[in-house]
Structure formats: C-alpha cells, structure tokens
Design a protein around this ligand. Structure first.
Ligand code: SF4
Length: 203
C-alpha cells in the first residue's frame, strides 16, 4: 500500500512504472504456474474442466518438442527457444480465479464478457465465470479446497432450509451437485494424488 501510494503521488507518470512492474511480476508468476501445470501433466496429474482437453493438447505439443530436443541434437537450442516462446505465449492468456484458471485464448468464447456487454474487452471478467461450463476454464488440484468448501457449505445450507423453500432448495441442490461434479473431475484427472477429503461430501 505504502509503495503504491509512493509511486502514485510522484509526478511524471510513475504509476505507469508501477503498473509495468506489477505486470512483469504477474507475467513471471503466470509463467511459473504454466510450467508447474506442465510438470503435473508429465506426472499424470491432468487438468480438469471444460478447457482441459485443449490445455492437455498444448502440453502434449510442448512435450513432443522437448522429446525431440535430445541432448546434443543440432536443433536443440532453437527448440528450447520455441518451447519457451510457446509457454510464455500461453502464460499471457492465463487469468487466475479463486476456483479455476481461465485461458483467455479466444475472446469470442468469453461468455463473461458477452454477459457484461463488453465483448471487445481484452481481459476476462473472471469473477463472473461459471467455470464448470466455460470452454476456456480449467480446474486443478490447487482449486480442490475451494470446491470442497463450497460443496460443504451448500450442503449445510440445504440442511437448514425448511420443506417450503422449494425454489432455494432446487438452486442449492444444483449448486451442490455441480461442486461435487467438479471435485470428481479433479480427482479423476489426478488419480495418484492424495485426495484427503475425497467424497467426504457424498455422504
Ligand atoms: S467465462 Fe470464464 S473461462 Fe470464459 S473467458 Fe470468462 S473468465 Fe474465462
């Protein structure tokens, strides 16, 4: 906060400098996340969610490039650069939500922007994302706790509703079922991970 204020109060457009710094850190962080997910992929921990297939295909493509890049091969350096470019490009499309990743590769598929009436925006409105149904969204083991908590909360609220509250019950039931489906999909995509609370909410 103090740093931000310091930058902002300085005359001469220091905010732009701060913004550039923030963007740089964000870009680096996103690139780290893409590499982390790629390593997960190599260990059989796959992404889940509607955008999972596309992301898996991308990782397979990168993996193929790395495999071709045997030590000592004449094209090794060019191939390394290619891989880094691919990963950096992909990292630029990544937006982080609390419950999902959004790979904003094709703005025309961004329902959040269409719903907000800003289809030409260059960033998604991830707070409006219904990630279980959006083609650019993926779920990963790091999102599991949020979905597990959501499932537990909706279940608790359901238990508190009297029989007359049919509409709310139906809405909460749908919400609860969706959370369970997301959890199941995350677990199925990462079969060797220790899912401590796996199915805890199915009881
Ligand atoms: S609806 Fe969700 S997945 Fe689609 S662009 Fe918006 S934030 Fe990304």
């Amino acid at each position: 906060m103090a740093t931000t204020e310091g930058y902002a109060s300085r005359p001469g457009g220091a905010q732009a400098e701060l913004l550039a710094e923030v963007n740089k850190h964000e870009a680096e962080h996103n690139l780290e996340l893409v590499w982390a997910e790629f390593r997960n992929y190599q260990q059989g921990i796959m992404p889940a969610g509607p955008g999972a297939r596309e992301l898996t295909e991308f990782f397979a493509h990168v993996d193929g490039k790395l495999a071709a890049d045997a030590p000592g091969a004449p094209k090794a350096q060019a191939s390394d650069r290619d891989v880094l470019n691919l990963m950096t490009k992909r990292a630029r499309t990544l937006h982080l939500g609390t419950a999902n990743y959004c790979w904003f590769t094709d703005p025309s598929r961004a329902l959040c922007l269409r719903l907000a009436g800003t289809p030409a925006a260059d960033k998604p409105l991830i707070g409006m994302c219904d990630s279980a149904r959006r083609p650019q969204a993926t779920h990963h083991p790091c999102h599991r706790p949020v979905w597990a908590e959501h499932a537990a909360n909706t279940r608790r609220f359901l238990g508190q509703l009297g029989p007359a509250r049919k509409t709310e019950k139906a809405r909460l039931r749908a919400d609860h079922d969706r959370a369970l489906r997301v959890l199941d999909a995350i677990d199925a995509a990462s079969p060797d991970t220790d899912h401590q609370e796996q199915h805890a909410d199915h009881t």
